[in-house]
Design a protein around this ligand. Structure first.
Ligand code: SF4
Ligand code: FES
Length: 240
């Protein structure tokens, strides 16, 4: 017999082993997320996917789906909290969209639009983290890293390498590059690695490609992130 749970009152089926976000996306329900990616082990760090399960707040990307769960996803309360989380991510780094070449293709920017974020609300930190342009093909602007660990997971799980790690705590947290000098040029990273293409923000960029797609014709210029995300995951399931 098919197992089911409800999300915002809608009954959806799930399979054993699925997380709530996997069951939701399979049923065409978008749950905002940043550190979740269907190809990689869940990390549960950004908390944007927070939902209420039987009254308790849980991360949908790590919480297993179970029979009879009553999940609240699209509520004013949760969307307000998600907006605050997104505002904190913006002020913690330097995310100045008009001067970033990822604008229009950036998931952080797109999710902020989706959540109707109209300002930063909190005071900006104005970090002065370094930009590592040492690699011939790939650039890291550490000021735009949101510590989602997708590059870390992609490097280990798909590229079979170990190029990135998150080091430090609190305000000193940073993306570390695994090389003798700490510079990207001395690491194993290749521009064709998944880790070089997975970043949801403009922190990891491929050099000499920035404006190949003009502003106005980019991924999120004409579609919201919920539609893009659901279409992408449907494509992936059909490709399996
Ligand atoms: S560089 Fe990009 S992919 Fe890597 S942890 Fe930072 S935001 Fe995530
Ligand atoms: S997407 Fe679930 S915690 Fe980040």
């Amino acid at each position: 017999m098919t197992k089911t749970l409800t999300i915002d009152g809608k009954t959806i089926p799930f399979q054993d082993g699925q997380t709530i976000i996997e069951a939701a996306t399979a049923a065409g329900v978008y749950i905002p997320h940043l550190c979740h990616h269907p190809e990689f082990t869940p990390h549960g760090s950004c908390k944007l996917c927070s939902v209420k399960v039987n009254g308790r707040v849980c991360s949908a990307c790590t919480f297993p789906a179970a029979e009879g769960q009553d999940v609240i996803n699209n509520s004013q309360e949760l969307n307000d909290d998600r907006q605050k989380i997104t505002q904190m991510l913006f002020v913690e780094g330097n995310h100045f969209c008009p001067s970033c070449e990822k604008t229009g293709n950036c998931q952080l920017q797109a999710v902020a639009y989706h959540l109707n974020m109209l300002d930063d609300h909190f005071p900006l930190f104005f970090h002065n983290r370094n930009v590592d342009a040492s690699h011939s093909d790939v650039l890291i602007d550490h000021n735009r890293c949101i510590f989602c660990t997708l590059c870390v997971r992609a490097s280990i799980e798909q590229d079979g390498k170990n190029v990135f790690a998150i080091a430090g705590r609190g305000i000193n947290k940073h993306l570390a590059v695994n090389s003798a000098t700490g510079l990207l040029k001395d690491s194993d990273l290749d521009k064709n690695d998944k880790a070089a293409h997975i970043c949801p923000t403009g922190a990891i960029l491929i050099k000499r490609t920035g404006y190949q797609v003009p502003i106005g014709q980019r991924l999120y210029d004409h579609q919201e992130i919920d539609a893009v995300s659901l279409a992408h995951e449907t494509e992936q399931r059909h490709g399996e």
